[in-house]
Design a protein around this ligand. Structure first.
Ligand code: NAD
Ligand code: DAU
Length: 356
């Protein structure tokens, strides 16, 4: 079996669901269940004997060692992290604790388990650390996309904490020979994403008749990848990636934020028009910019294509349509994530944008 951390979050849950339906090997899912973790994301696995869930902080070494000894996974895929840039600006503590201290404790626990393995169980063991393109900093409009050899220049508390975790993973390989792989991926979108992030926030606010908050001039660029494609890349790297290497994962889909918001509005105009007949774009509202906002990310994923033969399946047009449709079809899930703490965050974050 494999162990997946952060399995109740957006990408972790998509990964576990995709893994069980494509590979079929058993999974031990662990998650601290912070505000971003939602067991509803894994609800369809209730009663599936291939899946086990444990509520656990990656920093809880004792319990982690007990679980590792009991379940004997052949690999660990680490998604567990604090992930929202705006929250990292508002309160960086949790980011330092989970992304840096937590990753360190996870590395040590898993390394201790790995040391005790023998033969093929030891040589074939893998620790895959899921990271982000944000560690590379921000690009000018004419600069080439990030490659695996781009300098680390993180700009937010979130990206700095992820950069630190990447460095720990690298050092554990170099110093202890611990069998690691690191992935640096661009912006994901798709089913099960918590509606603090741009794509689900815009879909839900549009349907709720609320303003669609666009930071600054809305011309910041991100490289968008459908979550199912991110998961397929991780599966490929886990099986065929070269130990100690890092792999960039991207969608070849650079778009400005205002293009993203407008694309969502157009799809909704088509499949769920407003009752007053006006376009959803009427709800767009420019609000105060994010402090230190990175202007552009773009990922050069040619190493992954060249060495492991991976390319994304979805285009932005097919992926965003599937995503909008999923949110339209999932009212119960939406109710389950729009709790009091979600409403408190939205009120605090968008307090200058009246009623967002
Ligand atoms: P998410 O916030 O939806 O999920 C994170 C999960 O980790 C949650 O379920 C949370 O409960 C859990 N968690 C947090 N702290 C924990 C701890 N101390 N111990 C155990 N579990 C803990 O995030 P996501 O978007 O699914 O991101 C998953 C990973 O992918 C992160 O490492 C993130 O940096 C990386 N990533 C995300 C994107 C993206 O666009 N969302 C892009 C590239 C990389
Ligand atoms: O690049 C990968 C990263 O992508 C991941 O590592 C992060 O975990 C993930 O959260 C994401 O970070 P971003 O900051 O790019 O994602 P977010 O959805 O928060 O914002 C996307 C862009 O949209 C960004 O330029 C900020 C802008 N934005 C965001 C929100 C929430 C708005 O204009 N309005 C908003 O209300």
């Amino acid at each position: 079996m494999i162990l997946v951390t952060g399995a109740a979050g957006f990408i972790g849950a998509n990964f576990v669901l995709g893994w069980l339906s494509s590979v079929g090997e058993s999974v031990l899912s662990i998650d601290k269940l912070t505000y971003a973790g939602n067991l509803e994301n894994l609800a369809c696995l209730r009663g599936d004997s291939r899946h086990t869930f444990a509520q656990l902080d990656i920093a809880d070494s004792d319990e982690l060692l007990r679980l590792l000894a009991h379940h004997q996974p052949r690999a660990v895929v680490n998604f567990a992290a604090e992930t929202h840039v705006d929250r990292s600006i508002d309160g960086p503590d949790a980011f330092i604790q989970t992304n840096i201290v937590g990753t360190f404790r996870l590395l040590e626990s898993v390394r201790n388990y790995w040391i005790g393995l023998e033969g093929r169980a030891k040589t074939e063991f893998r620790f895959l650390h899921v990271s982000t393109d944000e560690v590379y900093g921000s690009l000018a409009p004419d600069q080439a996309a990030f490659t695996e050899t781009s300098n680390y220049e993180p700009n937010s508390p979130y990206s700095a904490s992820k950069a630190a975790s990447d460095h720990l993973v690298r050092a554990w390989h170099h110093t202890y020979g611990f069998p690691v792989l690191t992935t640096n991926c661009s912006n994901n979108y798709g089913p099960l994403q918590f509606p603090e992030k741009l794509v689900p926030l815009v879909i839900l606010n549009a349907l709720g008749g609320k303003p669609l908050p666009v930071y600054g001039d809305g011309l910041q660029v991100r490289d968008w990848l459908y979550v199912g494609d991110h998961c397929s890349a991780i599966r490929r790297i886990l099986e065929e990636g070269k130990l100690g290497e890092t792999y960039n994962i991207g969608g070849w889909n650079e778009k400005t934020n205002i293009e993203i918001v407008t694309a969502i509005c157009h799809i909704l105009d088509e499949i769920r028009p407003r009752t007053d007949g006006l376009p959803y774009a009427e709800q767009i509202s420019y609000v105060t910019d994010r402090p230190g906002h990175d202007r552009r990310y773009a990922v050069d994923a040619r190493k992954l294509e060249r060495e492991l033969g991976w390319r994304p399946v979805e285009t932005f047009e097919t992926g965003i349509r599937k995503t909008v449709q999923w949110y339209l079809n999932s009212p119960e899930w939406i109710k389950s994530v729009q709790s009091g703490s979600y409403r408190d965050w939205v009120q605090k974050q968008y307090s200058d944008g009246s009623d967002i």
